[in-house]
Design a protein around this ligand. Structure first.
Ligand code: SF4
Length: 112
């Protein structure tokens, strides 16, 4: 089973936000670079993510899936998402967003 197939069968599908993704039509395999692959391919993928209007949703999805989700999501690698400091920063940002806009619970999850 390749990484892409693995991601599709082991995790819930992305939400409706995905229909606005910049990467629609780009071969999925590009977002699942080989482990230890070169940084150039990841940089190229991030060019899609950097201009994607649903990047925040994409990262939220990936973080909610947990550390076993492979591939590039929201411009981040699996290794990035696994680091406790990055996960803590993401949670803090979501908590702050929830405080600022009046939605979300104490974990920063949306309650709308
Ligand atoms: S952030 Fe990147 S991986 Fe996520 S939907 Fe957008 S282009 Fe695709």
């Amino acid at each position: 089973m390749d990484a892409h197939h693995d991601a599709l069968v082991r995790f819930p599908p992305p939400g409706p936000w995905h229909k606005n993704a910049v990467c629609i039509g780009v071969p999925y395999a590009e977002f699942f670079p080989e482990r230890g692959g070169n940084g150039a391919s990841i940089t190229a993928i991030r060019r899609y993510c950097n201009r994607c209007p649903v990047r925040t949703d994409c990262l939220d999805y990936a973080m909610s899936c947990g550390p076993m989700l492979t591939g590039i999501w929201g411009g981040t690698t699996q290794n990035w998402r696994r680091k406790p400091a990055n996960k803590a920063a993401w949670k803090a940002k979501r908590f702050q967003d929830a405080q600022n806009n009046g939605t979300g619970d104490v974990e920063g999850r949306s309650v709308a």
